[in-house]
Ligand binder design. Sequence first.
Ligand code: MD3
Ligand code: FE
Length: 214
Amino acid sequence: MPQQSSLFAEPPHEAFAAGAWLLRGFALADAVELVAAIDAVVTLAPFRHVMTPFGKPMSVAMSNCGAVGWVSDRRGYRYEGHDPERNLPWPAMPAVLAALAARAAAAAGYPGFAPDACLINRYVPGAQMTLHQDRDERDFAQPIVSVSLGLPAVFLFGGLTRTDRTIKLPLQHGDVVVWGGPSRRWFHGIRPLRDGEHAWLGRQRLNLTFRVAR
Ligand code: MD3
Ligand code: FE
């Protein structure tokens, strides 16, 4: 067998926290297909600024695809099979999205990942996500896979309590992170997006978050 060229070999994956794996550039080869699939989803279920239970609209615009979608309103956070804005089921999860999420999870040591929910977050300059935990899902043994596209962002990663000190992690176009094990329950957020222009996607960052919700 010829050896793979070291010039084109995949860079080593980083485990930067217990169970969390950063796969730099893992989505790059599929980016055009991913964005086309996102575009098809948000044509059916447009981005919207959901209300937090505290009555403030989020600065991040959201949509979903898959069997269930993450929703928020005055009653709280939860997963629902229907888009409340359209009174219709969420668009199906495009195969290219589900396949990428499964490949990334497997690369991080979580084989057989079959997400039923994909939250699509759209950040424009200034948009942010304050420190929170993802705890609306049934089984915390299931990892979460996130894909970053477009403008770079600074990701904040803490611990099991809100006051734990946080580390900053820059996330770039094409980066994929798999959050499993203990890291699955840790506080995290996104600093206000810096102004900029992505050569292809313009003044925005798109983030896909794949979860097994039910
Ligand atoms: C760490 N989204 O939608 S993705 C979210 O970039 C969310 O839009 C951010 O946090 C974004 O809930 C961050 C990275 C991420 C997603 C889920 C996690 C990190 C996580 C769950 C547990 C721990
Ligand atoms: Fe989150």
